[in-house]
Design a protein around this ligand. Structure first.
Ligand SMILES: [Zn+2]
Length: 279
């Protein structure tokens, strides 16, 4: 279309942050850090390559996703332990915290709950920042690799996409039939994945993850959780996923229980909106 006469003036309007940082009550990271040294390891859940596994974390415990052997990306889902209807909401989390999550960011739940499910307390990759391509680590912009998009784009059947891995894991954990479990699988936090948007076309881009053996991302569970973590068939996501082509490694989840709860911490209540919607 032919640009209007004031096109440049319209494009020159300065943007503002939609949800400014100071609008959110920040996590009390010092209170969480104070109880972490006294926490003991209570459970570990290894995640084999191209598979997913579930784990349970009680409110007030910490869970650490680590990369024990080689560069590997993980796709994380979270549900409220006693009601799968409450789950991680990547879109609103992205709107509140940005495209990639780091220390202090919360993983928020869907409507009508909209409360912190988990808080990120440690990230050994926080040195990465943004590279010259605008890529960062731990995104909430991708959805998860899935067999439907793979079918759409390649015509092939592949069963170890993160979507299918998470579906099998949740079905195994809960006893739900596969189709019911699948309906609970949602958009993920891409743990250790290095991604961004191309500046020219705005397309979703990825590159080899900077994660190495020994790196981890650690969370504080704000409510009782079931988590599911898939070791993505893309491995370090340098080239492709939805196939057995990439070199893949295991991931690990460790659960730590502090001796005492953090000072002044209580599990957050569901959102207080009255849900009358103006009627
Ligand atoms: Zn994947």
């Amino acid at each position: 279309m032919k640009p209007p006469r004031d096109a440049q003036a319209r494009q020159a309007v300065e943007p503002v942050v939609v949800y400014p940082d100071d609008a959110l009550q920040p996590a009390d990271l010092a209170a969480l850090a104070a109880v972490r040294p006294g926490a003991r390891l209570v459970a570990s859940q290894p995640v084999p390559p191209r598979e997913a596994r579930c784990f349970r974390v009680a409110a007030g415990q910490f869970f650490r996703i680590s990369c024990p052997e080689g560069a590997q990306v993980g796709d994380l889902n979270l549900w409220r332990a006693d009601d799968l209807a409450e789950h991680f909401y990547s879109g609103k989390t992205r709107a509140l915290h940005g495209t990639h999550l780091g220390r202090g960011a919360r993983m928020w739940s869907n409507f009508p709950f909209l409360r912190p499910m988990a808080t990120i307390v440690e990230d050994t990759l926080d040195w990465y920042g943004a590279d010259r391509f605008g890529c960062r680590v731990h995104d909430v912009i991708g959805t998860r690799c899935d067999p439907y998009t793979n079918q759409l784009l390649t015509g092939g059947q592949y069963h170890h996409c993160c979507h299918s891995n998470l579906t099998r894991a949740l079905a195994g954990e809960t006893g739900l039939p596969l189709p019911e479990a699948e309906a609970h699988v949602h958009d993920v936090l891409n743990v250790f994945m290095c991604t961004g948007f191309s500046r020219d076309t705005g397309q979703y881009i990825m590159k080899a993850s900077p994660v190495r053996a020994g790196d981890y991302l650690e969370f504080f569970a704000e409510i009782d959780l079931i988590g599911a973590l898939s070791a993505c068939p893309g491995g370090d996501c340098a080239s492709e996923h939805s196939s057995d082509a990439a070199t893949c490694h295991p991931l690990n989840v460790d659960i730590f229980a502090p001796a005492v709860p953090p000072a002044d911490w209580t599990p957050p209540a569901p959102n207080a909106y009255d849900r009358t919607h103006g009627r």
